[in-house]
Design a protein around this ligand. Structure first.
Ligand code: NAP
Length: 513
C-alpha cells in the first residue's frame, strides 16, 4: 500500500481511495481497519497532531469518565493504565503510541481543515476541499470528526467587552496563571466538574455558574498499585476479565437507562449521598440536587467535585447570567460578580455539528439542508441515503450515555470496511443505503428511544435537536448495536455501477460482504 503524496505544486488534486476526516479514536481506528484491508487512504486532520478530543482538551483535571481498560481499542490493550479513570496526558500518549505503531503519520496531512465536499455523479468520486483550497479526490469519504469538537460559547451580551482572560474548556489558555485570581466557571457538566476541584486550590475566588445541576456519582480513583498493573501484564486473562467486568457493569446502567428508568433511583440515592457527605449547608444541597431523573443528562462521577464546592473559596451562583461587563458577570438579580478570568465549560455544538462542513451528495443534494429540514439521521448511524460512499463514525444516534464510545467506533469501522468490500465484490463504484432501509431503521430507533430516560427523564439536554428529537444517542445496549452492525446486509443498499445508472439496486450482489 502506498500513501497518497501531494504534488510538488501542492495545489494539484491529490488522489487516494479513501479519505478520513479527523485523527482521534475514530479516524485512527478507521485508518487501521483500512490498512488491514489493503485500501489506500489519507487522513485529513485540522490540527497538528493526532488525538482529537484528547489532544484538544487539556484543562486541569481532564480525565475520562469511562474506565481506561474499556475506553481503549480492544485490539490495542494497555495493561498498565495508571488509574481506573485515566487522565488526558496518558490517553493522548496511548493514542500517539497507537499512531506510531501503525505508522499512521505518513498517511496523515495535518493542518488540513476540510470545509467542503461534493460527490461527482459522473466520476463517481468525492471531491474534498480544505480551507486552503487544496483538493482531494477519493472514492470513499469517512468522517471521523465526531460531535464534540466545536466549542459552544454562549452569546452573552457584552462578552466581547470583558477585559480579562476568557476561554472555552476545550481551548484552555495555559499562559493564564489562575493563582490568586477571581475565576468564573460557567457550566456544571462533565468538563466543569473535573476543572472545579483542580483549580480551587490556586484561585482566590471561584464563582461557579450553574444552570442545571448534574447527577454526580461517588467514586475512588486511586493509582493502580504496581502489583495490579503487573498482574494485568503477566497473568493471562486478568486484563480481559477486568475489561469484561467494566463492560457489563456499564451495560447494567445502560439497561436501566434504556429499559427500566425507574431503576435509576438507585443512582440518585448514590448521587444524594455524594452531595450530602461533602455539603453541609441545606440550601446549597438543595441547589446541587437535580430535579430530573438520573441519566436524562450524562451521569457524571467524581471523588472531589463536591469537596471543591464545599471549599470556602467557591460560590455556586444559580441566578441566570444576563450580561458581561469589562470586569465581570451580571446575573438576573442585578448583582455584578467581578471576575479576572472566565472559563466557558459550556459544551459543544453537537446536534448542529454537521453544519460546519458543506457536503453535497448525489444530484448535488445538500446534506446540511436536508438535515436542517428533516433532522440528522443515518442508516445504522453510519451511512446516509443519497450520499454515496459517505460514512460517519460516531454519527447520528450512536453516542452513548453509559459505556465506552470506543466500542461503538470499533463496530462502525468494521461496518465501513464491509461496505467497501461490498462495493468491490459487486463490481460497483459506490453504495448508499436505500431510503426505505434508512427510514425503517430510524423509525424503530426513535420508537425505542421514546421510553428511555434520555427522552422521558424531565431534563433539557444536548441529546435533543432543535425540534426536540433525540438525534444523538443510541437507543439500547451496546451489544445490540454490535448485533445491528455485525454484518452489513447488501440488500439494505443501493449500488451504483456507472455514471447515470445512479440508483440501481443490484439483486446480484453477493451476500456476506
Ligand atoms: P456539557 O456536558 O454540555 O455541559 C455544559 C454545561 O454548560 C452545562 O452545565 C450547561 O447547562 C452549561 N451551559 C451551557 N450554556 C450555558 C449558558 N448559556 N449559561 C449557563 N450555563 C450554560 O459540556 P461538557 O462538560 O464540555 O461535556 C460535553 C461532553 O463531553 C460530555 O457530555 C461528555 O460526553 C464529554 N466529556 C467527557 C468527559 C469524559 O470524562 N469522558 C469529560 C468531559 C467531557 P445546562 O445543563 O443547563 O444545559
Amino acid at each position: 500500500m502506498t500513501a497518497a503524496q501531494p504534488s510538488p505544486q501542492g495545489q494539484q488534486p491529490i488522489h487516494t481511495r479513501a479519505l478520513i476526516i479527523g485523527s482521534g479514536f475514530s479516524g485512527m481506528g478507521m485508518a487501521i481497519e483500512l490498512q488491514r484491508r489493503g485500501v489506500d487512504f489519507l487522513i485529513l486532520e485540522k490540527a497538528d497532531e493526532f488525538g482529537g478530543t484528547w489532544r484538544d482538551n487539556t484543562y486541569p483535571g481532564c480525565a475520562c469518565d469511562i474506565p481506561s481498560h474499556m475506553y481503549s481499542f480492544s485490539f490495542e490493550p494497555k495493561a498498565d493504565w495508571s488509574h481506573m479513570w485515566s487522565f488526558q496526558p496518558e490517553i493522548q500518549d496511548y493514542l500517539l503510541g497507537v499512531a506510531s505503531k501503525y505508522g499512521l503519520r505518513r498517511y496523515t496531512r495535518f493542518n488540513t481543515h476540510v470545509d467542503r465536499a461534493h460527490w461527482d455523479d459522473q466520476e463517481l468520486r468525492w471531491h474534498v476541499f480544505s480551507d486552503s483550497g487544496q483538493e482531494f479526490i477519493a472514492q470513499f469519504l469517512v468522517s471521523g470528526a465526531g460531535g464534540l469538537h466545536i466549542p459552544q460559547i454562549p452569546d452573552i451580551e457584552g462578552r466581547e467587552e470583558f477585559t480579562g482572560a476568557a476561554f472555552h474548556s476545550a481551548e484552555w489558555d495555559h499562559s493564564v496563571d489562575l493563582t490568586g485570581k477571581r475565576v468564573a466557571v460557567i457550566g456544571t457538566g462533565a468538563s466543569a466538574i473535573q476543572i472545579v476541584p483542580e483549580i480551587v486550590r490556586d484561585v482566590a475566588e471561584l464563582h461557579l455558574y450553574q444552570r442545571t445541576p448534574a447527577w454526580v456519582m461517588p467514586r475512588v480513583n486511586n493509582k493502580f498499585p504496581q502489583w495490579i498493573r503487573r498482574t494485568f501484564s503477566y497473568v493471562p486473562g486478568t486484563r480481559a476479565a477486568m475489561r469484561a467486568a467494566i463492560y457489563w457493569i456499564h451495560e447494567g446502567v445502560g439497561f436501566a437507562m434504556t429499559q427500566q428508568p425507574r431503576l435509576l433511583k438507585i443512582g440518585e440515592a448514590m448521587g444524594r449521598y455524594n452531595i450530602n457527605r461533602s455539603i453541609k449547608d441545606p440550601e446549597l444541597r438543595r441547589k446541587l440536587t437535580p430535579s430530573y431523573r438520573a441519566g436524562c443528562k450524562r451521569i457524571l462521577n467524581s471523588d472531589n467535585y463536591y469537596r471543591g464546592i464545599a471549599n470556602p473559596k467557591t460560590q455556586v451562583i444559580t441566578e441566570s447570567i444576563t450580561r458581561m461587563t469589562p470586569t465581570g458577570i451580571v446575573t438576573a438579580d442585578g448583582v455584578e460578580h467581578p471576575a479576572d478570568v472566565v472559563v466557558f465549560a459550556t459544551g459543544f455544538h453537537v446536534t448542529d455539528s454537521y453544519t460546519y462542513v458543506d457536503i453535497k451528495g448525489a444530484g448535488g443534494e445538500d446534506l446540511v439542508d436536508r438535515w436542517n429540514r428533516e433532522g440528522m439521521s443515518a442508516h445504522r448511524g453510519i451511512a446516509v441515503a443519497g450520499m454515496p460512499n459517505l460514512f460517519f463514525l460516531l454519527g447520528p444516534n450512536t453516542a452513548l450515555g453509559h459505556n465506552s464510545v470506543v466500542f461503538m467506533i470499533e463496530q462502525q469501522i468494521r461496518y465501513v470496511g464491509q461496505a467497501i468490500a461490498a462495493v468491490d465484490k459487486a463490481g460497483a463504484e459506490a453504495l448508499s443505503p436505500s431510503p426505505a432501509a434508512q427510514a425503517e431503521f430510524n423509525a424503530e430507533l426513535q420508537r425505542d428511544l421514546a421510553d428511555t430516560v434520555f427522552n422521558t427523564g424531565g431534563c433539557r439536554s444536548w441529546y435533543m435537536d432543535a425540534h426536540g428529537v433525540n438525534r444523538t444517542l443510541w437507543s439500547g445496549m451496546t451489544w445490540q448495536y454490535w448485533l445491528a452492525t455485525r454484518k452489513l446486509d447488501p440488500k439494505e443498499f443501493d449500488f451504483i455501477h456507472e455514471a447515470r445508472d445512479t440508483k440501481t439496486l443490484d439483486a446480484g450482489v453477493p451476500a456476506g460482504a
